[in-house]
Design a protein around this ligand. Structure first.
Ligand code: FHN
Length: 419
């Protein structure tokens, strides 16, 4: 590159780091939808008459609900209004390229008809159907990649699973028997019965050692060599890197990676949380993450009845409307070769810089500094209206219209030569 800004971190000593075919779809996708859905969606932040704000998927742990009682209450989960095709239609309209659904979260409840445990949606609820099967079919039909979240260490339902110390004495736990008897066999079920998967998204490896993490990674690759594994499989393994929840790395990061956010203050649905990120916040975050070379996976917590919260649907659809006009500046782009500016951030493709303008400079002149290429032309991405530009050494100035067509993020394309 002719530009100065270079990645300051590299992920991928274990995989092809975004260079090869295996992670290509992922690094080009840029926008994913995370879905946390299970019996906790039915409790919606209220269990046994007690309310908990935030992380409702942790309600069993926060409440120290005995496993047997939680299992009984989980029998009230009945997502009778769930419609997989509707979810996938909304996902498509929102512009996401992949979906990751919690097949099993820390509460140990399987969202499919597992033969390994009866603590699942078919055997333990009146719903009796397999929503994962329906979702896999809908994703296949619509060309959306599907991944499953699977909590490989924490399982609060099982005496030998990680995390539940209120029912089961951690000193007496035989974790290996839980991996052998439940979590590895369930991974086999997921990878054998739902077609080609894009991702197995492991989470919170807890006290797993390197051999144990490797056993999960290898199980996935053995059954589906192209299925990607998240770095939260633990011990430095995985095909792509996940940053912390709600974290954007400080600088550019090379390779395949994701920033993970949730739409409000919880991953699971909460009846008491309306703190949803606006379309502007999502659109800007997506641009910022892409400008550093990564994907944004944003979570929605579907309700216990199987519907998506109305505001999540509305704000995600609005994001999709922006992407319909500006997707060229997000999908398949690379990190910005120039540092973030007071007016916004940049993404790139060969010979093009996409200037994501969040804030119009008061003089209307957009300064792109450190520009070592030769600027050729500038125009608004949406509508292609030409803009005047002037290059003075390494400074490029673009004249913006008097008002930005989209105050949330107006994209200006700057074409140049000199790579
Ligand atoms: O403990 C989980 C949490 O419930 C949620 O699933 C998030 C999503 O990234 N992961 C864990 C915490 O990092």
């Amino acid at each position: 590159s002719v530009f100065a800004q270079q990645p300051d971190q590299l992920w991928g000593q274990n995989a092809d780091a975004g260079k090869g075919e295996k992670t290509r779809w992922f690094t080009e996708a840029k926008f994913g939808l995370f879905l946390h859905w299970g019996p906790y969606s039915h409790f919606a932040g209220d269990i046994r008459g007690k309310r908990y704000y935030g992380i409702t998927e942790w309600i069993m742990n926060r409440d120290k609900t005995p496993a047997a009682e939680y299992a009984q209450l989980a029998g009230g989960f009945n997502p009778s209004e769930f419609n997989a095709e509707e979810w996938v239609r909304i996902a498509k309209a929102s512009g996401v390229k992949y979906i990751v659904l919690t097949a099993k979260h820390h509460d140990g409840f399987a969202m499919w008809d597992s033969k390994v445990s009866d603590f699942d949606i078919v055997d333990a609820t009146p719903y009796k159907k397999d929503p994962i099967k329906a979702l896999a079919a809908a994703c296949k039909k619509e060309g959306i990649k599907l991944g499953f979240y699977y909590s490989q260490f924490q399982d609060w339902h099982e005496p030998n699973g990680g995390g539940n110390s209120w029912d089961f004495d951690p000193k007496k736990k035989d974790y290996a028997s839980y991996y052998r008897g439940k979590s590895l066999p369930q991974i086999t079920e997921l990878l054998s019965n739902y077609g080609e998967l894009g991702i197995i998204w492991f989470d919170t490896p807890g006290n797993m050692n390197k051999e144990e993490s490797a056993a999960f990674l290898e199980k996935v690759h053995q059954l589906q060599p192209n299925c990607l594994v998240s770095s939260r499989v633990g011990n430095g393994l995985g095909d792509f890197k996940d940053f912390g929840d709600g974290e954007v790395p400080a600088g550019v990061v090379k390779g395949a990676w994701e920033a993970i956010f949730t739409h409000n203050d919880s991953w699971g649905y909460s009846a008491f949380d309306q703190n949803f990120k606006t379309p502007q916040e999502i659109i800007r975050l997506l641009a910022e993450v892409a400008s550093k070379g990564g994907n944004l996976m944003m979570n929605i917590g579907p309700m216990g009845n199987g519907k998506l919260p109305a505001l999540s649907e509305k704000y995600f659809r609005a994001t999709g409307d922006w992407l319909k006009l500006n997707g060229e500046a997000i999908y398949g782009t690379g990190f910005s070769p120039i540092a973030p500016q007071p007016w916004g951030v940049m993404t790139s493709k060969p010979g093009k810089l996409y200037l994501h303008v969040f804030q119009r400079p008061h003089n209307g002149k957009l300064l792109v500094p450190d520009f070592t290429g030769s600027a050729k032309k500038a125009y608004l991405l949406s509508g292609k209206k030409p803009l005047t530009l002037r290059q003075q050494g390494k400074d490029v100035y673009v004249d913006l219209p008097a008002t930005l067509p989209d105050e949330r993020n107006t994209v200006v394309v700057l074409e140049y030569s000199g790579e």
